[in-house]
Design a protein around this ligand. Structure first.
Ligand code: MN
Length: 252
């Protein structure tokens, strides 16, 4: 099994190191990741700048390729330039911070997997639901298990798996649930500050929405200590509305 591994926290992040180590026990892994943190760049691609590539060592051993671009760039560039053959799987993560609910629209980690799915390769995004004291060990082991499963079972075209893991020791994780994407929007809060020249500026932070106890929704299940597996389709067309607007008789 050949895996292209990317992320949005950058090639030097601890999450991608933990996942690379676990995946390398079961697969031939090529790491192709951004050269610096690119969190929340969503599905952006680099068109107005050149793309640089650099070989990176970690722990005195070759670890992977750093790209001066986004996670979506890493997947495109990796397939076109670095890998000689299409990989069997694309894995993105492990992200520091959850990517459930509406975060999937902002996340670069999720976009790495979405780019893979758009290009017809089974893909998984994996995120750990914390910004402090991360313990990637369980999420990394789960990543290897999921990679083997999806290698065998594949995924439907244009569909990828968005995986979120609570930051808990394995024995405190309540289980693994198949869930739907939550739809409560993340409300940005704008904090007003003053710069040294007494000009006002704003800094945005997001509030994680509190969900009810509906375990069919990723955000709720994750907040209650479950791993969530949400299958996501890249086709965002709304079929019901499509049928409805077919009957619009517009006469401008
Ligand atoms: Mn990130």
């Amino acid at each position: 099994m050949k895996i292209l591994l990317t992320n949005d926290d950058g090639i030097y992040a601890p999450g991608i190191a933990a996942l690379a180590k676990a995946l390398r026990k079961v697969a031939d892994v090529t790491v192709i990741a951004p050269d610096m943190e690119r969190s929340a760049v969503s599905h952006a691609i680099t068109l107005a700048h050149p793309i640089w590539v650099k070989k990176v060592n970690r722990d005195k051993k070759f670890f992977g390729y750093a790209i001066s671009g986004t996670p979506a760039d890493c997947v495109k560039f990796g397939l076109n330039v670095i890998l000689k053959k299409k990989p069997d799987l694309i894995v993105s993560g492990i992200n520091l911070g959850d990517n459930d609910g509406c975060s999937i629209f902002y996340s670069g980690t999720v976009a790495g997997a979405r780019e893979g799915a758009l290009l017809g390769i089974p893909s998984i995004a994996i995120s750990l639901a914390t910004f402090e004291n991360p313990d990637f060990s369980y999420a990394a082991k789960l990543g290897a298990v999921l990679a083997k499963r999806i290698y065998k079972e594949k995924l439907p075209p244009a569909t990828f798996l968005n995986v979120n893991v609570p930051n808990l020791p394995q024995k405190r994780i309540k289980g693994i649930l198949a869930t739907r994407q939550g739809m409560i929007p993340i409300h940005g809060e704008f904090h007003k500050r003053m710069d040294p020249n007494f000009r006002e500026y704003y800094w945005m932070s997001g509030k994680i929405p509190q969900h009810n106890k509906d375990l069919t929704i990723d955000t709720s299940a994750l907040q209650q200590g479950y791993v969530t597996l949400t299958p996501v389709n890249c086709n965002l067309t709304d079929e019901t509305t499509l049928q409805h607007i077919k009957n619009w008789r517009l006469t401008p």
